[in-house]
Design a protein around this ligand. Structure first.
Ligand code: HEM
Length: 323
């Protein structure tokens, strides 16, 4: 009797564990091996990303931002890809996000070889990994098995604004399971890419309503920004590199060096050195040789935020709409 009770308890425990595994599932390395006939899913994605990168290296910035804006809003569930009048991509911070066409292109090829198998959310993660490796990161593995959301609402997009304080940013990243060091590493994505002048015009010309530039910015760099990149009265689509222009297409620690020289572009970039809780991290990374490998670890962590696995969500046939 005693033995049978113990057995029952064990069986119940196994069942519960199994249910947990089914309903929440787990991400796995080589998840798609054997699931797409003879085809190597990750190799297919890699070759399409490589072709795109050859003609447009800016795709690295596009995909990094796309991954962040997807994962930071209800998790890495490809909700940002859904079309619709009030979907996430229509929200203000997402209006300058790009890379959607490349995800579509990959999806079409994968649907042709194994329909309904590879999720759009996994494609975002794998494509971003491949692009970042082409831009200077050491090769790294990512786990797969994410599924796609059924919902995408602009009203869910509460991404941090460029003038968020460091403590609020830490809180935001913390709510996604990312610690302050992950945050400082992930902001290192600003080592590639640009910012539109409209985002920083206040810093350049009217800091906090003073009609003067932000005094925390390096004065000679301020001159360059005002005279070369973002002169007054220029079109709104003028832009400035978030990193030293000479290394703006490669993923390296120059971004942190720029910050230590008071050449941060976004208020939150520069704030990382103005706040004692993060300044030491920036200093460390500005002098580190292993930023690229640390960045891969933070990116992997970002890719695991609130994923849908097991039976939750679906594998969309078309990344822009639910099945
Ligand atoms: C507190 C957090 C963050 C804020 C407030 C922020 C804000 C911004 C803003 C305002 C821009 C300029 C957009 C434009 O003018 O078009 C930008 C660009 C960018 N952000 Fe962030 N960001 C944050 C974190 C991140 C993270 C975690 C990543 C990726 C892991 C990321 C990747 C990028 C990239 C790659 C660009 C350049 C995009 C391009 O060249 O088109 N950002 N960010």
């Amino acid at each position: 009797m005693k033995c049978s009770k113990a057995l029952k308890t064990t069986l119940l425990a196994i069942l519960v564990l199994d249910l947990v595994a089914v309903s929440h599932g787990r991400l796995r390395y080589s998840f798609y091996n054997g699931r797409c006939g003879q085809h190597n899913v990750e190799a297919i994605i890699q070759s399409i990303v490589k072709n795109s990168f050859t003609t447009n290296p800016k795709i690295v910035a596009g995909l990094l931002r796309l991954q962040f804006h997807d994962c930071a809003v209800n998790g890495c569930d490809a909700s940002i890809l859904l079309d619709g009048p009030d979907s996430e991509k229509t929200a203000n911070p997402n209006l300058s996000v790009f890379g959607y066409d490349l995800i579509d292109q990959i999806k079409v090829v994968l649907e042709a070889v194994c329909p309904g198998v590879v999720s759009c959310s996994d494609i975002i993660i794998a494509a971003t990994r491949d692009a970042t490796v082409l831009a200077g990161l050491p090769p790294f593995q990512v786990q797969m098995g994410r599924r796609d959301s059924l919902v995408s609402l602009a009203s869910n997009v509460n991404l941090p604004s460029p003038d968020i304080s460091v403590s609020n940013a830490i809180q935001f990243f913390g709510s996604k399971g990312l610690n302050p060091f992950d945050m400082v590493l992930l902001l290192g994505a600003h080592t590639v890419g640009v910012c539109h002048c409209s985002v920083i015009n206040d810093r350049l010309y009217n800091y906090m309503g003073t009609s003067k530039p932000d005094p925390s910015m390096n004065p000679s760099y301020m001159n360059v920004l005002q005279n070369h990149y973002c002169p007054t009265g220029q079109a709104d689509n003028n832009y400035v590199y978030l990193d030293d222009p000479s290394s703006a297409l490669s993923i390296d620690n120059n971004y942190y060096k720029q910050l230590m020289n008071n050449k941060g572009i976004l208020p939150i970039d520069q704030a990382l050195t103005l706040d004692g809780s993060t300044r030491w991290m920036v200093d460390l990374l500005a002098n580190a040789t292993d930023f690229p490998s640390l960045f891969t670890q933070a990116l992997v962590k970002l890719g695991r935020v609130e994923v849908l696995t097991g039976r939750r969500g679906q594998i969309r046939r078309n990344c822009r709409r639910i099945n």
